[in-house]
Design a protein around this ligand. Sequence first.
Ligand code: HEC
Ligand code: HEC
Ligand code: HEC
Ligand code: HEC
Length: 199
Amino acid sequence: MHIISLIISLFLLLFIPIFQSIEVLAKEPIRFNYVGVGLCKLCHKDKKLGDQYNVWSNTQHSKSFYTLGTPEAKEIAINLGIIDPQQSNKCLRCHSTAYAFTEEKVAEDLQIEDGVQCESCHGPGEEYTYLEVMENIDKAKSNGLIMPTEETCRNCHNPESPTWNPERDPTPDGERVGFYFPTRKKMIEHHRPLKEIKK
Ligand code: HEC
Ligand code: HEC
Ligand code: HEC
Ligand code: HEC
């Protein structure tokens, strides 16, 4: 009896760490590099394609770095012991693509001034921005392209934001929530003109 349980404990002690590290290896995603909105702009300023560049330029995402320079931002920051929000990784992790949801500037070539760019939602573009890849959505997806869902948005639109307001958005049922995806998605929509969509 005792010997058996001893053997089982030894087995667990020895092998569980091995199983765990295999699992970690299997889950480690492939890391692509970020290229920046300037590259997307080369093709996506085209009206026939939907002019995503100009649509994005007119949303707050493109201005989110400058929001960190406002008196409101400075007041929030001071209360958190941060002197300059435009220099703080605690703010830039959600207000700029260059930090890619981390507290470290991971994309050295990206300008923090460009705020929340295409790749914060669509994934780093290094391998999918070639025309022959972009034209084939399956190929683009296997090279890092993300077609964003609500989860993508919630990387930033969540209670970790110092201005999170759990009652910011109205829902059709007359309730209020911090982030109501269908309405928010409409606010940033950048589809191709209908006749151009080929699926
Ligand atoms: C060389 C030109 C080019 C560049 C650079 C480029 N794209 Fe595209 N992209 C296209 C074309 C063309 C399509 C339309 C493909 C189709 O429907 O056949 C497209 C489609 C897309 C789609 C829609 C996929 C689908 O099938 O619905 C997304 C999302 C996208 N691009 C994001 C980006 C992002 C983000 C960048 C920058 C990181 C980028 N693209 C850079 C040419 C480009
Ligand atoms: C990398 C972080 C990040 C991600 C991912 C993100 N957002 Fe945002 N979003 C922000 C920030 C920061 C602001 C505030 C910008 C400002 O006011 O300067 C914002 C503001 C907005 C606004 C107000 C825009 C306006 O022009 O008034 C809408 C709508 C919005 N986001 C929708 C979305 C949707 C939908 C998604 C997912 C498809 C999404 N966001 C993903 C960070 C993000
Ligand atoms: C977890 C992600 C996240 C972090 C971290 C974050 N923000 Fe934001 N911030 C957002 C989002 C998302 C919005 C847009 C709010 C919305 O539309 O729901 C926003 C909006 C704002 C606004 C505009 C006012 C408003 O309520 O829309 C200010 C000012 C701001 N943030 C300041 C800061 C400062 C200063 C820091 C650092 C101390 C910071 N944020 C850190 C996600 C974040
Ligand atoms: C805040 C998140 C967010 C940002 C920033 C963003 N997109 Fe999108 N994009 C989306 C969402 C959500 C969709 C719709 C996905 C779907 O329909 O499944 C989309 C769809 C697209 C499509 C397909 C359009 C169609 O006709 O169906 C293209 C192309 C595209 N984005 C390109 C871009 C480019 C280029 C930029 C930067 C200039 C950009 N996006 C910035 C969230 C974003």
